[in-house]
Design a protein around this ligand. Structure first.
Ligand code: HEC
Length: 132
């Protein structure tokens, strides 16, 4: 009879990919928690000013004005609100997955998403193509 006494002791805890985003994620979650806790307001329509305040939680990666602060994060400035909102809903529902953004989007309410999308859309960007 083979002994089963030594059957798989403790498996190593599943680790998530140790990436440089960790610090950013922690920072972001703290910011999100703070704003979720204070979110007692009732939003009816998209409010870009409210979105601006909420977007402080995004600035570490997407930049203070929606121009990316990191090579792996896209610019959000000037993106149509409908696109930004759709992507955030997709991350929130799991239709679109990303190790950071899926977490970031999780606690967002529909109002948060509309406000954030309105803010990023409201930022004007100028494109200068290379000469030639
Ligand atoms: C820790 C860094 C980080 C933070 C904080 C962060 N993001 Fe992101 N975000 C990313 C990265 C990286 C991607 C690219 C993900 C991918 O490839 O799907 C991304 C993608 C997105 C996209 C999709 C853009 C596109 O062109 O499809 C949106 C929208 C977005 N983020 C919004 C936000 C908002 C709103 C916040 C704040 C509430 C936020 N992000 C906070 C890193 C971050």
């Amino acid at each position: 009879m083979p002994s089963t006494a030594s059957a798989t002791p403790s498996k190593p805890a599943p680790t998530r990919s140790p990436r440089a985003v960790r610090g950013g994620r922690a920072l972001c979650l703290v910011a999100l928690a703070a704003w979720a806790a204070g979110d007692a307001t009732i939003g009816v329509a998209a409010d870009a000013a409210a979105g601006r305040a909420k977007a402080q939680a995004c600035a570490a990666c997407h930049g203070a004005n929606g121009l990316s602060a990191r090579p792996d994060a896209p610019n959000l400035a000037g993106q149509p609100a409908i696109y930004v909102a759709e992507q955030l809903r997709a991350y929130r529902s799991g239709r679109r997955r990303h190790e950071v953004m899926s977490l970031v989007a999780q606690p967002l309410s529909d109002t948060d998403i509309e406000d954030l999308a309105a803010w990023f859309e409201a930022i004007r960007v100028e494109a200068t193509p290379p000469p030639g």
